[in-house]
Ligand binder design. Sequence first.
Ligand SMILES: NC(=O)c1ccc[n+]([C@@H]2O[C@H](COP(=O)([O-])OP(=O)(O)OC[C@H]3O[C@@H](n4cnc5c(N)ncnc54)[C@H](OP(=O)(O)O)[C@@H]3O)[C@@H](O)[C@H]2O)c1
Length: 267
Amino acid sequence: MSELPSLGMGTFRLEGDVAIESVKQALESGYRHIDTAQIYGNELEVGIAIEQSGVPREELFITTKVWLDNLTQDAFTSSVEDSLNKLRVESVDLLLLHWPEKDGRVSMETYLKLLAQCQQKGLTKHIGVSNFTIKQLDNAIDILGEGKIYTNQIEVHPYLQNTAVIEHCKQRGITVTGYMPLAVGKVMSDGVLIKIAERYNATPAQIAIAWQLKQGLATIPSSTKRKNLDANLEALKITLTDEDMREISALEANERIANPEFAPNWD
Ligand SMILES: NC(=O)c1ccc[n+]([C@@H]2O[C@H](COP(=O)([O-])OP(=O)(O)OC[C@H]3O[C@@H](n4cnc5c(N)ncnc54)[C@H](OP(=O)(O)O)[C@@H]3O)[C@@H](O)[C@H]2O)c1
């Protein structure tokens, strides 16, 4: 599939049979974007699930991400080939740099050019980045040129709305993919979201997803349960009002969940 579907399935933390079964269930439910990463250690299971699902390859949008250890000239391309072997595909639809390199071990120019080479070699249809700040995005565009970076995958949920980066990505023509859209389950007990959900006969998770969709973001909630996978997909049918959006905006708390020691200096 050539376009990034607005709602996909995340696979962080899913391992072994749970990963296989969850991805198969998601594909059965109608998900067509599966988001994995080298570091998740489940590309093999995602590949098995895709094969067993019987969904034709051209109907799928598969994303994987190159881990920090593999950003060097020696490791980059072979790590991507290894990912493709595990995923049992000839190419992915989107190849992301999982995190920007922090300690300067490899220059951004080196690893971005390696990423672009993977695209030229046909190992991926699109290329993109993840966890890039505004400054890093601008540097990346300077290196690769306009129109090359397809998406910036960043943490977005009602408690970390990331509006400055989203606005900048819009200005620069880059799609934002919001990760951890449910704040890893926290949204379920949020009084404001519960109240809005009641108005739509929906769940807080569905409202959190609909809030991302209304902003024009792609989003990738994760679940191991068929009921939740189905419900999350149903969020595509919910259109929030401007008033709902304002109420959710007020939940901003700068509460970042994914913040490892190698994270960049966030905007
Ligand atoms: N680029 C990056 O650096 C980065 C970092 C983090 C995550 N990600 C991507 O973003 C994806 C999503 O993030 P995430 O998985 O960490 O968190 P998330 O999607 O915000 O939350 C997942 C959690 O919510 C629960 N859940 C899902 N749907 C639910 C529903 N309808 N009702 C109640 N609970 C529900 C799941 O439990 P059940 O299994 O019980 O449903 C799971 O515990 C990841 O899987 C990964 O693909 C990317």
